[in-house]
Design a protein around this ligand. Structure first.
Ligand code: ZN
Length: 320
């Protein structure tokens, strides 16, 4: 065999190897795509990261002028280090510019405390609890799962952005800054909670502090894990029917789309599973829900069986 022929052989072997390699990559890419269409997860080591943003709300923006024909509202201009923030239900706030949280220490500084947490309100402690949850085994388990789900596989940055909105000083601000901040009365506190209600959407997670000011038992960890589970679903936050809210009638399906209730039952059930199993009390609630099967006879009248009761037939279950 001549030297020249040998080198040609080597060259062509090298080319074949290269082509095989390219084909292999194509097969892997293609099979990953096909598999992800069949299930919500794929085999991948893709990592998801979490970024926390802290937002301190200053006050509820007072409406200075309103055009009732167009619905346009005029507010005072935010100051240099501020921005406007729009909550739900048309609530507008002045807010300090949102800041990326670099560490737990940094978050404590933003909340205005050191190691002594006694100065924090219940709502602020809940925001800290959410941050701490991101270092818990429950969250690590979630992240391992999230990286394999379709929404994260198709995302370009694989990042969950969690916005922690601190409204702890909002109600008092009107007396200090009456020219531009609206005063709140007792009836408004429920509306404030709803305007800053924790939720998930395609941008990430939003956790507002007001709802936690009321609770004696802090459920922020469960809420956070509930909401992050939604980010792995096809349409985070969009499953609640026409106005995008958590309403019980919409959970059951609405007139325009009766099947939407079925989708919501699935997505909410999945999110509750992730959220409730993370705390011992909530976990027992979750287990008790799975413990029995109730057949409704008439309104408010049920026959309850243990889930494993042999007298329940497959036929009975298909009629639930
Ligand atoms: Zn939910």
């Amino acid at each position: 065999m001549s030297k020249r022929f040998e080198s040609n052989m080597l060259l062509s072997t090298h080319t074949v190897v290269k082509q095989l390699f390219a084909v292999t990559i194509l097969i892997i890419t293609f099979s990953t795509f096909v598999f992800s269409e069949e299930d919500n997860t794929v085999n991948s080591n893709q990592k998801v990261t979490t970024e926390f943003i802290y937002r301190r709300l200053i006050g509820v923006a007072k409406i200075l002028e309103e055009n009732f024909a167009t619905g346009d509202k005029v507010f005072a201009q935010p100051k240099a280090d501020e921005e406007m923030f729009e909550g739900r239900d048309g609530w507008n706030f002045f807010s300090k510019k949102a800041v990326v949280v670099e560490s737990r220490q940094h978050l404590l500084e933003l909340l205005g405390v050191g190691e002594d947490l006694s100065g924090l309100s219940k709502g602020q402690l809940a925001l800290l609890d959410v941050y701490d949850t991101s270092n818990s085994p429950d969250y690590k388990e979630f992240m391992n799962y999230a990286g394999k789900t379709k929404p994260f596989q198709s995302s370009s940055d694989n990042k969950i952005i969690v916005e922690l909105a601190d409204a702890s000083g909002v109600a008092e601000q009107a007396s200090i800054d009456a020219d531009r901040c609206a005063s709140l009365n007792a009836d408004d506190s429920d509306a404030l909670r709803r305007a800053l209600w924790p939720h998930a959407n395609e941008d990430g997670i939003f956790i507002g502090s007001p709802v936690y000011e009321e609770y004696t038992v802090n459920p922020a960890k469960s809420t956070f894990l509930h909401e992050v589970q939604h980010t792995t679903q096809e349409d985070p936050g969009g499953e609640y029917g026409l106005n995008g809210k958590h309403c019980y009638d919409e959970r059951l399906g609405n007139d325009k789309n009766s099947e939407s209730g079925l989708k919501t039952a699935y997505t909410e059930g999945q999110a509750d599973w992730r959220g409730l199993r993370s705390k011992i009390d909530d976990r027992s609630l979750l287990e008790s829900r799975l413990d029995e099967i109730a057949f409704q006879k008439k309104y408010d009248e049920y026959t309850v069986f243990k889930a494993w009761d042999k007298s329940i037939t497959a036929d009975d279950l298909l009629h639930i």
